[in-house]
Design a protein around this ligand. Sequence first.
Ligand code: SAJ
Length: 442
Amino acid sequence: MQSNRSAKMTIAGALAEKIKSKQARCGVVGLGYVGLPLAVELGSTGFPVTGLDVQASKVGEINAGRSYVQDVGGDQVNALVAQGKLKATTDFSVVAELDTINICVPTPLRKTKDPDMSYVVSACQEIAKHIKPGTLVILESTTYPGTTDELVRPILESGDLRVGEEIFLCFSPERVDPGNAQFHTKNIPKVVGGCTPACTELGVLLYKSALETVVPVSSTQVAEMVKLLENTFRMINIGLVNEVALMCGRMGIDVWEVIEAAATKPFGFMPFYPGPGLGGHCIPIDPFYLSWKSKQAGIEARFIELAGYINGQMPHFVVDRVQQALNEHGKPIKGSHIHIMGVAYKKNIEDMRESPALDIAHLLAQRGAKLSYSDPFVPEFKVDTVELTSQDAVSMAAVCDCVVVVTDHTGMPYAQVLEKAPLIFDTRNALKGFQSDKIVRL
Ligand code: SAJ
């Protein structure tokens, strides 16, 4: 009669063998900018992968061999689907046939700046209905420390399977940086921490099979906190440099020149740049997962709150400065034609989530400006209830009262715009190196 302990070792051991031999049937829940690249990476490594998503449209695209994620080539998806290495479904009953499941669903904030865990909870509830013994589950969605142990684990253990014995549970922060040509899923070091040592070992084994560098940590809480430190670090430093920009503006100092010179320090300094505000689905969101949890632990995260306030004020600051610049040209903002260059939340991507351009356009329209925009990555842009389409920047520069550079996509016709525009407000130093009294910089 096998001892209970050796039976559990057998379960973990059998799963380890499946992973080592690439026979493990991998599932990825949530096929967005994190899940789809991971599914493709696992499939390219040789694992049979099943993508799971609640959106039938995404499932249909993948099964038709097409990609809808900027950094994933349609040819990659098509090849994997043709080889039978990748398929997608909305049917969670397939979980019963899976050996590993990575959860990559959104973790947004509610309007009250509290974490919205609804996507994670519903994914885990679906998984719990069908999960079999010998399954490794890894949560990748950015979240507060304690989520995996306090929220996910109880849902997965709602049946008679126990984490660390019949099933295994880890947290591994996603570090996808959309549009980054140098770093992608395979070569970004992967941090992973499990509920038990056996969980961690299996998580490390899976990622080592597909990725270049794996960084095991001692717990799920450490892994959860790693990601929040990374992104809170960015958000606070962006807030700091935005505040320095406000100071320099008042003191008549060129903040861009200050940062460029400070960046010559070969140690102990890392340049961040002022901008029109904080966009994206990570940096404006993740730090508030940390401040929410730390408040529960009795610590006010004052740095986060203050940086959040400063970053949130930047669109208002930009609009005030535009109004001031127009005023110096004898033009009220009301009735002026303002052309916005670049509306995505950062350069060279198409993503509009939390883009500061949304706030800036709304505030300008609220003050009576007539708006147009150019963005090669964003063909349509809705300002309040008005649907705009991307226009040719040079033609617009010739007829507008002011151009506002909000997102500095590479390759936009800055020189020609400068030639034609009567006034340019540059929030990104996109016209670095150009000298003209038509340019007003943040
Ligand atoms: N921003 C500034 N000044 C800066 C840097 C950024 O105003 O110096 C603005 C951007 O314009 C954007 C927002 O902040 O509106 C966020 O920019 P980001 O460069 O942080 O880009 P994200 O949001 O795509 O962040 C992702 C993150 N990746 C993950 O969470 C896995 C972040 O951790 C990366 O460090 C970042 O990409 C990156 O370095 O590109």
